[in-house]
Design a protein around this ligand. Structure first.
Ligand SMILES: Nc1ncnc2c1ncn2[C@@H]1O[C@H](COP(=O)(O)OP(=O)(O)OP(=O)(O)O)[C@@H](O)[C@H]1O
Ligand SMILES: [Mg+2]
Length: 242
């Protein structure tokens, strides 16, 4: 479970990137985090993952406060950042072993997870090559595998579909669904409204750092009667707050 309570974040005391944001996400839910460019999605995710500190407010993951127990909190989640261009000098397998070491994953468990996920994402034959030599989508896939290596209770992803081919994107959606079915929590930002519509029960929509809607797709439809697509509802909602 993720609890974001009244968090605020400004950059350089100027741009208010996150403005008094409150969202609670129970176990077993996949929440899509939507909003226009510059709305504050990545900033919120960086606060949630402890990459940035909030100016004020409280963040708890599985009941643990990120300020009080930063390391314990980090063990709770797997994180896929918006750019996969990291650890380029490592080979894929070295990166996965590094992640497994960081999270104290046993040799047996890591082998089983690497075998299964690399096979699913068709990365097995690329594991011995350096990440530098990977395409964007392959880098994205190795980061996704690395984020799942410790079988986390919470999964946080920032625009994870970017650069994935249709097969990998389908697979990722399947894994997210399986995750939620195991009563885990998935929180991900996306610009692909069809993805949100397909796999999310609820979506959180943010604009200019403020939460403007947090409800089920059905409730959104009810609110915007006559608008059959999430795209139209999204445009109306975000335009209203301009
Ligand atoms: N490092 C930074 N320094 C200064 N301002 C920043 C920084 N990072 C983000 N911002 C500002 O904070 C606001 C929110 O940016 P953020 O990256 O969180 O948006 P986003 O919703 O993730 O957008 P996108 O959909 O383009 O990824 C924007 O106004 C942006 O200019
Ligand atoms: Mg972003």
């Amino acid at each position: 479970m993720i609890e974001i309570l009244n968090i605020n974040k400004s950059y350089n005391n100027k741009v208010k990137a996150v403005d008094n944001l409150t969202i609670s996400i129970p176990d077993g839910e996949i929440i899509g985090f939507l909003g226009p460019n510059g709305a504050g999605k990545t900033t919120t995710i960086k606060l949630l993952t402890g990459i940035l500190n909030a100016d004020s407010g409280v963040i708890r993951i599985n009941g643990l406060d990120i300020n009080e127990k930063p390391v314990e909190v980090k063990k709770q989640f797997g994180f896929v950042p918006d750019s996969p261009d990291m650890f380029l000098r490592l080979k894929g397998i070295e990166y996965l072993n590094f992640m497994a070491d960081m999270y104290d994953v046993s040799t047996t468990d890591r082998k089983a997870r690497i075998d299964e996920l690399a096979d699913k994402f068709e990365m097995t034959s690329s594991l011995s090559a350096k990440i530098q030599s990977y395409s964007h989508g392959m880098r994205q896939k190795i980061i996704i595998i690395g984020a799942l290596i410790h079988d986390p209770l919470v999964w946080i992803l920032d625009e994870p579909m970017t650069g994935l081919d249709p097969k990998s994107s389908f697979l990722l959606k399947e894994i997210m669904r399986e995750y939620a079915q195991k009563n885990r929590t998935v929180f991900f930002s996306t610009h692909i409204l069809e993805v949100a519509e397909k796999i999310c029960y609820r979506v959180a929509i943010i604009n200019k750092g403020k939460l403007i809607s947090f409800c089920t797709i059905e409730e959104l439809r009810e609110q915007f009667k006559g608008n059959e697509s999430l795209e139209k509802m999204f445009l109306e909602l975000t335009e209203e707050t301009e």
